[in-house]
Write a protein that binds this ligand. Structure first.
Ligand code: SF4
Length: 247
């Protein structure tokens, strides 16, 4: 027989339009069936109990990346977190750290998207467009496999201690996306295009504490990307000194 249990959800509430009211936790006592996710619960709270609760969601399948939040102290996607997996019957939900809160669990992602846009997250070609699709070998595709899996959920950005201390830091997701294109056999961006991250707030700011890797729900390893970009920058510098840069 499928048994349901009661859980208490404590959700951090705040409205940036009413800043005189300090953030506060609001509790909801909810009956939960096995298999119900945290996203399922907050959808129920909003639909049946409190329509003022604000959060983002879309696909419910860990693909759109919009329901990232802090769940009992751990950053994760609400849609892939089953309530019954917690040992405790109290679950605390808070918005992603390192962002301004707009309302409740909704944060202002502008700094995240600004960094994403800055790295030019698309294939850059110098060659004329081919008549057919550009062939990519299986071996070359494997080089970008993990980075292609990024769903831009910003879990890594929320977990990064450098962002907390260093506003304007490139951040793990933008680095992972840049490395995705640098490693892509079809991309022809010039070596100079990497110079924009060759700064104290670019790839050199990372303290390699790996929290981005722990937080990523798609097994992307942004720290590997940062190390890869650092290596590429050093190699470009030597090539420039020796006059070997092809791009
Ligand atoms: Fe999300 Fe992982 Fe991409 Fe960071 S690297 S945005 S945690 S999927």
């Amino acid at each position: 027989m499928i048994r349901s249990s009661y859980f208490t959800f404590k959700i951090l509430r705040y409205d940036a339009k009413n800043p005189s009211r300090e953030p506060y936790f609001q509790s909801y006592h909810i009956k939960v069936l096995p298999g119900l996710t945290v996203l399922g619960v907050i959808n129920r709270i909003r639909d049946e109990i409190d329509g003022s609760l604000a959060f983002r969601c879309s696909c419910r399948s860990a693909i759109c990346g919009s329901c990232a939040m802090v769940i009992n102290g751990k950053i994760d996607l609400a849609c892939r977190t089953q309530v019954a997996t917690f040992g405790s019957d109290t679950i605390i939900l808070e918005p992603l750290p390192n962002f301004e809160v707009i309302r409740d669990l909704v944060v202002d992602m502008t700094p995240f998207w600004d960094m994403y846009e800055k790295i030019q997250p698309f294939l850059i070609r110098k060659s004329p467009d081919p008549e057919k699709e550009i062939y990519q070998s299986e071996e070359d595709r494997r080089k970008i496999d993990q980075f292609v899996n990024c769903i831009l959920c910003a879990c890594c950005y929320g977990a990064c201690p450098v962002i907390a201390d260093e506003p304007g830091y490139l951040g793990p997701a933008a680095a992972a996306k840049l490395e995705r294109f640098v490693l892509d056999s079809r991309d022809e961006r010039p070596a100079e295009a990497l110079e924009q991250v060759n700064t104290p707030k670019g790839v050199w700011a990372c303290d390699t504490v790996f929290r981005c890797i722990d937080a990523c729900p798609k097994d992307v390893r942004p720290t590997d990307a940062i190390i890869g970009l650092r290596k590429a920058l050093v190699k470009n510098r030597y090539n420039r000194i020796l006059g070997l840069n092809k791009k």
